[in-house]
Design a protein around this ligand. Structure first.
Ligand code: NAP
Length: 362
C-alpha cells in the first residue's frame, strides 16, 4: 500500500470546541498544515487559529458541494466534524456522506471522521435511547468503515469517536452547566446513578494527531475515547477536593430538568437550529436530549481504556485530574480559580454554538 502519510489537512469544524485543539495538535511542530472551512473568516476563533501558523482559512459552508470540492482539492488529509446542531440529524447524514465521497474524488489519502456513538444501536434499538446528534454520526461512522473495506488503498479512513466534553460541566450554555446555589456548586441533571463518558478536549489534540501520524494502524479503526465513566457524585466530590468549595449533584427527573432548562420557553424547538420544525423526522431539542440522558443514565456506552492507555499513556484519567489541570491553566491565564470561573457572571461558553446563540447559515 502506498503511504498515507499526509501533509495538508482540510478541516471542517475547525473553529469549534473540538476543532481548535485538533488543529493545535496538527500544526504545533509544523508537521502538518490545515485549511479550515468556516462561515466567517473574521470571527475571533478563526483569527486565533490563523495566529497558530500553518493555517489557512477558507470561507464557506459544508452545505455547499462546490465549497467541499474546493476545500478538499489540493489537500491530502481531512478531518471532518459536521455540526449536527446546525443541520439536524437527517441533513447531517447527507453532508457527511458527501464529504466522504468528495474527499475520495479529490484524492484525499487519509480521512478522519469526527464521530459519536450510535446510541440507539448500542441501546438495543430501544427508542428511549434515540439521540439524533449521536445516531446521525454513528450510522455514518459505520458506513464509512464499511466503505473503507473497499476503498482503503485509495483513501484510508478512521473514526474519532468522542463524547460530551468535560469542559461543558464548568461552562455556560450547555446541557450540564452548573449553578451556584447558596455557595454550593450544583449539577441538576437526570443522570440517576449512571455515568457520563466525558472527554477532555486537550486529549483530542493528542488523539487526532496520533491518527494522522499512524495511518497504517489507524485506517479502519474506530478510536473511541474518554477520560473514564464519570458519575456526577464523583464529579462533585472532585470539585470539592480541588477547589475546597462545596459541590453537589442532584439527581433530577426529566420533567424537572426540562422545566429548569426551558423555564417558560418552548422545548419543542429542533435540536438542529436549521432543521425544519415541520419535518416529522426532525427531533426536538427535548426529545434529542431525553435520549441523551437516558443513554448515560443506563450506562449504554463503553470504552476500551487499556487501548487508550497504550495510545496515550499521559491521557487525563479522572474528573479530579481534569479539574486540577483546568484550575491551574485558568490561574496561569489570568482567569482566576475554577471556583471563580463557575460563578454565573464569570462563566464562558466552550461551544461556538453557545457563543453564536444557536444561529448561523447552513
Ligand atoms: N458538545 C459536545 O460535547 C460534543 C462532543 C462530541 C461531538 N460533538 C459534535 O460536534 C459537532 C459540533 O462541533 P463542536 O462540538 O466543536 O461545537 P461548536 O464549538 O459549536 O463548533 C461548531 C463548529 O461547526 C462549524 N460549522 C457549523 N455550521 C457550519 C457550516 N454550515 N459550514 C461549515 N462549518 C460549520 C462552526 O464553524 P463556523 O461557525 O466558523 O462556520 C464550528 O467550527 C456537533 O455535531 C456535535 O454533535 C459535540
Amino acid at each position: 500500500m502506498a503511504s498515507q502519510q499526509v501533509s495538508k489537512i482540510f478541516v471542517i469544524g475547525g473553529t469549534g470546541a473540538q476543532g481548535i485543539p485538533v488543529i493545535r495538535g496538527l500544526v504545533k511542530d509544523k508537521k502538518y498544515s490545515c485549511r479550515v472551512l468556516t462561515r466567517d473568516t473574521t470571527s475571533k476563533r478563526a483569527q486565533e487559529l490563523l495566529s497558530l501558523g500553518n493555517v489557512e482559512l477558507m470561507e464557506g459552508t459544508f452545505g455547499d458541494e462546490s465549497k467541499l470540492q474546493q476545500g478538499f482539492s489540493g489537500c491530502d488529509g481531512a478531518f471532518v466534524n459536521i455540526d449536527g446542531f446546525n443541520t439536524g440529524e437527517k441533513t447531517e447524514m447527507y453532508w457527511a456522506i458527501r464529504s466522504y465521497e468528495i474527499a475520495l474524488e479529490q484524492g484525499i489519502k487519509f480521512f478522519v471522521y469526527g464521530n459519536l456513538d450510535y446510541a440507539l444501536k448500542k441501546g438495543g434499538y430501544d427508542s428511549k435511547f434515540r439521540t439524533g446528534h449521536y445516531d446521525g454520526k454513528g450510522r455514518i461512522g459505520e458506513w464509512i468503515l464499511f466503505q473503507n473495506q473497499k476503498n482503503k488503498e485509495r483513501m484510508g479512513a478512521a473514526l474519532f469517536t468522542t463524547g460530551p466534553y468535560i469542559e461543558m460541566t464548568i461552562s455556560s450554555m450547555t446541557v450540564m452547566t452548573p449553578t451556584v446555589e447558596d455557595g454550593v456548586v450544583t449539577w441538576r441533571v437526570p443522570l440517576g446513578k449512571g455515568s457520563v463518558v466525558h472527554v477532555a478536549l486537550d486529549d483530542c489534540e493528542y488523539y487526532v494527531r496520533w491518527l494522522f501520524d499512524h495511518p497504517e494502524r489507524a485506517s479502519g479503526l474506530d478510536l473511541e475515547v474518554a477520560i473514564a465513566p464519570i458519575p456526577y457524585v464523583e464529579l462533585a466530590a472532585a470539585f470539592e477536593k480541588v477547589t475546597g468549595h462545596p459541590a453537589q449533584y442532584i439527581d433530577t427527573s426529566l420533567e424537572d430538568y426540562w422545566k429548569i432548562m426551558f423555564r417558560d420557553r418552548a422545548g419543542d424547538i429542533p435540536a438542529g437550529y436549521n432543521a425544519d420544525p415541520k419535518d416529522k423526522s426532525t427531533m426536538s431539542f427535548k426529545d434529542n436530549f431525553t435520549g441523551f440522558w437516558n443513554t448515560w443514565k443506563n450506562d449504554v456506552i463503553k470504552r476500551d481504556y487499556a487501548l487508550l492507555d497504550e495510545i496515550h499513556p499521559d491521557r487525563i484519567k479522572s474528573a479530579e485530574e481534569f479539574l486540577r489541570k483546568e484550575d491551574q491553566k485558568g490561574r496561569e491565564a489570568g482567569k482566576g480559580s475554577l471556583w471563580d470561573r463557575v460563578q454565573k457572571e464569570n462563566q464562558t461558553a466552550i461551544l461556538k454554538i453557545g457563543e453564536d446563540g444557536r444561529k448561523g447559515k447552513l
